[in-house]
Design a protein around this ligand. Structure first.
Ligand code: GRG
Length: 289
């Protein structure tokens, strides 16, 4: 996985040169090049590889997905959203570049990502590119990420239109699982996967995404700034609706473990060392605590 992360980091750097006006490209690149886990591009490339697709075909889409993810992190950290001063162990984007540039850097990443897919996916067919762009525009917008974030903000103010359980699942599926779903869906499209395989990977990513957000909720409660690279204990302080606040720590851990076990079951038959490593790492962090 380390080698794959090196390839992704090199490509991210290469795809986004700093040109005039430098301030915006520097702001875009700042959070992008900080050491994130690169889980989404890794899962995208590994899905494509398992389904027989060459890495060069999928790299632009995988890197575009990391750009979308980073956009969501930059905007999530803004004072009008989660108001977080740190991200990936460093001051968050608006702390370094100011709020206006952080908003613009997020917007620029959001629009640069599909530009990158179109310009650099020279080994994909037009049909594959259109399918990927359709997925991107749908899942990044009010049918995905934005929907999840809106309901997350509403729930913080105590506004619940559905039950707390339904609301929480809606938030987690749309705010978090959606990018893991995009990862495997992009990979499966690049590999021209059949419908059954596509749906199987999508099911895996949905369960993984849900587990990942529960993991994030648990870590906010039990981890440290040094380990996470961002402020901790904020969920409780802001009265956020999370798995821990709704079900309690132990039940949240149980739900997380059950989902991770389902992920092992779905993906096991592909014998992927990378997926196993990701699942093992998450599980060991929570079970070991
Ligand atoms: C798409 C226009 C548009 C807006 C986005 C701000 C927003 C709307 C959504 C917020 C989404 C968000 C930040 C969800 C949290 C998901 C999460 C647990 C992120 C942390 O992921 P890691 O741990 O981070 O993989 P690294 O830094 O390792 O990449």
């Amino acid at each position: 996985m380390k080698d794959l992360i090196k390839i992704i980091d090199k490509k991210l750097d290469e795809y986004l040169p700093i040109i005039y006006p430098e301030d915006i490209f520097k702001a875009m690149k700042y959070t992008l090049m900080l050491p994130g886990k690169r889980l989404r591009p890794v899962m995208c490339i590994e899905t494509a590889r398992l389904l027989g697709c060459d890495i060069n075909k999928v790299l632009p889409a995988a890197c575009a997905l990391e750009m979308l993810h980073v956009q969501s992190l930059i905007h999530d950290d803004l004072p009008c959203m989660d108001n977080d001063d740190f991200r990936r162990g460093q001051p968050s984007n608006h702390k370094v570049f100011g709020e206006a540039n952080a908003v613009l850097a997020g917007d620029a990443l959001l629009t640069f990502a599909p530009q990158l897919i179109i310009e650099k996916s020279t080994e994909l067919s037009d049909r594959q590119i259109v399918r990927i762009l359709h997925e991107y525009t749908k899942f990044a917008g009010a049918y995905g990420l934005i929907a999840g974030q809106v309901v997350d903000i509403e729930s913080e103010g105590g506004k619940l239109v559905k039950s707390a359980e339904e609301t929480l699942d809606f938030i987690h599926i749309n705010k978090t699982a959606v990018l893991f779903r995009l990862a495997v869906r992009f990979g499966a499209i690049c590999a021209d996967a059949d419908e059954n395989t596509f749906n199987e990977f999508d099911k895996f990513a949905t369960k993984f995404g849900l587990a990942f957000q529960i993991y994030d909720d648990i870590m906010d409660e039990i981890s440290t700034f040094e380990e996470l690279g961002k402020s901790i204990g904020k969920d409780e302080a802001s009265g956020k609706l999370t798995y821990v606040s709704l079900y309690g720590l132990e039940e949240a851990k149980n739900k997380f473990s059950a989902l991770i076990d389902e992920c092992y079951d779905i993906i096991g038959k592909y014998h992927s060392e990378i997926f196993r490593e990701i699942l093992d790492k998450l599980k060991n962090r929570i079970v070991g605590k």
